[in-house]
Design a protein around this ligand. Structure first.
Ligand SMILES: [Zn+2]
Ligand SMILES: [Zn+2]
Length: 357
């Protein structure tokens, strides 16, 4: 075994799970590990126990299953769409209220001055809950967290569709449902990551992580979601082509390699699309496994800046190469040897400067 192989150990368990995640997202996976399944909740005789965030995610599992095209690329039929709308609305309601409940449980109850409101009754579910509209208002005005006008409008439209479906009838087109559900899903995933996940205990986090991986993977198979989300992150990626590479997990051209904090930094690279973060070394390993099918990187030279070879990868195609204009001296088929720790080409320097002015 060469020293280089010793330096690049086999994928640690943590990373390996991420790679399995790449398979789950249905991208051009070269790894044949089975798709992780959402938490199995149907064991016979097991008690019903869905804490709010788990409950919301469980609905989202059903939503992504319902919206996904089948193996022949056929879009879901009316019945699946109907349940996707119902369950997405339920997910939204549960997750918004979960945030309020973290702030204080009384924020979920309609009339706090009502003398019948008590913690005991709340625990038993004996209380009048607020409307989704009021939940949005309280998150904005009382908790002080941002929900944009567009996000609130999408939620409102979804609530109306849900009401029509549940109490009367709904006639609409596939395109309209697809567009509306994608819009609300993009919002809910943002809300989950920004407002809920950072407030969960490690145990709570552990309980939902498989569902979260499953839902993240599911959203990537919904084309309209991909379009909406890429639109949302486009400004953050703009002008950073020389530091953008394709994500080994969701296959979007959305990994921003910052090099901030050197090779040990936990967030040396982040996929703005699926929100996965890596250390520079972990991204290098992941990148080689996924994009280069583990192609031998044995004699890769050390980076002239950080003098390490572990974060250095050959044949890295960045935004610079992917989006190269036809008349430039680059082509979309070009690649560079790149250091993920320094976020710049490491060797075999291209004709163009590493950081063009
Ligand atoms: Zn990604
Ligand atoms: Zn370097």
């Amino acid at each position: 075994m060469s020293s280089r192989e010793q330096e690049l150990p086999f994928v640690p368990a943590e990373l390996n799970r991420d790679v399995i995640g790449a398979e789950a997202v249905g991208v051009r996976g070269r790894i044949s590990d089975p798709t992780p399944l959402p938490r199995y909740r149907d064991a016979a005789g097991e008690d019903v126990d869905f804490p709010p965030v788990d409950n919301g995610l469980d609905y989202l599992v059903s939503v992504v299953d319902g919206l996904e095209r089948d193996e022949y690329g056929e879009r879901p039929g009316p019945r699946k769409l109907k349940y996707a709308v119902l369950h997405l609305q339920a997910a939204a309601e549960v997750l918004l209220k979960a945030r309020l409940e973290i702030e204080h449980w009384t924020l979920v109850t309609e009339n706090i001055t009502n003398k019948k409101v008590s913690r005991e009754k709340f625990e038993k579910g004996e209380f009048t809950s607020i409307t989704p509209e009021e939940a949005v208002r309280r998150i904005r005005e009382i908790v002080g967290e941002e929900i944009s006008k567009e996000e609130a409008a999408g939620l409102d439209k979804l609530t109306k569709r849900r009401n029509a479906l549940q109490h009367y009838r709904l006639t609409t087109t596939y395109e309209e449902i697809e567009s509306l559900t994608a819009e609300v899903l993009v919002f809910l995933m943002r809300f989950l990551h920004e407002s809920l996940l950072p407030r969960l205990t490690p145990a709570e986090h552990d309980r939902i992580k498989d569902d979260l991986t499953y839902v993240t993977g599911g959203t990537i198979r919904i084309q309209r979601y991909v379009t909406e989300r890429m639109e949302q992150i486009r400004p953050a990626l703009k002008g950073k082509d020389e530091c953008i590479v394709q994500c080994p997990r969701c296959a979007q051209d959305a990994v921003l390699v910052t090099g901030n904090g050197g090779h040990r930094a936990a967030e040396a690279a982040k996929c703005l699309f699926c929100r996965t973060t890596w250390t520079a070394d972990a991204l290098a390993t992941d990148y080689v496994l996924y994009h280069l099918a583990g192609f031998f990187q044995d004699d890769v030279p050390p980076c002239p800046t950080c003098h390490r070879n572990r974060p250095v990868v050959r044949y890295v195609v960045r935004g610079t190469e992917m989006n190269a204009p036809r008349d430039s001296d680059r082509s979309p088929y070009d690649s560079v040897t790149f250091c993920f720790a320094c976020a710049r080409p490491a060797a075999e320097a291209p004709a163009a400067p590493a950081h063009p002015a």
